[in-house]
Design a binder for this molecule. Structure first.
Ligand SMILES: [Zn+2]
Ligand SMILES: [Zn+2]
Length: 241
């Protein structure tokens, strides 16, 4: 019964929402019909799928072959994190939602996006570290999207978010537009940890993982500062085009 009332309540709130803020879904151009994932419509949001195809057992990079278990990058050099738990591919409604949250400031999308992560088999860890942004980005954007998402996951997993533990100490070029090697060079020694992390097992949360340069650099910094283990959690894997 309570569920029924809640369902009715949500539908009413969604109708009120579309009356007050008439908008169209940026993907299919139909009117927005759901308050919880607006401006995306229910149909487009429902098209978000977890990627279950072949992927590297360490960094979750999608693989072309079902027979190899590690990607070339992880075989060449073992990453400083133990594994990457990734939700989907950076395409369709998932990429649109991440983009809207990050660049259009639609903070309310942190909730439905965060819910997706609860489907991942996240192990017992001591805390969550959001991938930090530089002071300049924070000033321009007004918020750090990985912190919003970490807060949601923190409530679900009942573990703390360490928001001031890892920070970005220098301005770097945007990673978009750089090649794989340039991305590594761009971020080298750009993060710092405050204090010592006595063997703490940490989740490093990032939104999108492309070459993994950011995750590697952050995890390296955390491990150097004494972390016991770093598990990376991301929403989407994207590839350099
Ligand atoms: Zn739609
Ligand atoms: Zn890999």
């Amino acid at each position: 019964m309570r569920r029924f009332i809640r369902h009715k309540g949500l539908r009413l709130a969604s109708s009120l929402f579309s009356l007050l803020y008439p908008s169209t879904c940026p993907l299919c151009k139909k009117p927005t019909d759901n308050i919880s994932c607006a401006p995306l419509c229910t149909g487009c949001w429902g098209s978000i799928r977890r990627y279950t195809g072949p992927s590297c057992m360490i960094c979750a990079s999608p693989l072309v072959s079902e027979y190899s278990r590690r990607c070339g990058e992880c075989l060449r050099q073992a990453p400083p994190f133990s594994t990457v738990l990734n939700y989907g591919l950076y395409a369709g409604a998932l990429s649109e939602a991440i983009h809207l949250l990050k660049f259009s400031g639609l903070r309310r999308l942190a909730r439905p996006l965060g819910k997706l992560l609860t489907e991942l088999p996240i192990p017992d860890m001591d805390g969550i570290v959001p991938v930090p942004v530089s002071t300049k980005t924070l000033r321009e954007r007004g918020f750090n999207q990985t912190l919003l998402l970490s807060k949601f996951l923190s409530r679900h997993l009942r573990i703390p978010v360490h928001m001031n533990l890892l920070f970005k100490k220098k301005e770097t070029l945007p990673q978009i537009g750089l090649g794989a090697k340039e991305r590594v060079r761009n971020l080298k020694n750009s993060f710092e940890v405050t204090g010592r992390l006595t063997k703490r097992r940490l989740i490093l949360l990032d939104d999108v993982m492309t070459t993994g340069a950011t995750a590697r650099e952050c995890a390296k910094t955390l491990m150097k500062a004494g972390a016991g283990e770093v598990v990376v959690v991301t929403f989407a894997r994207s590839s350099l085009t």
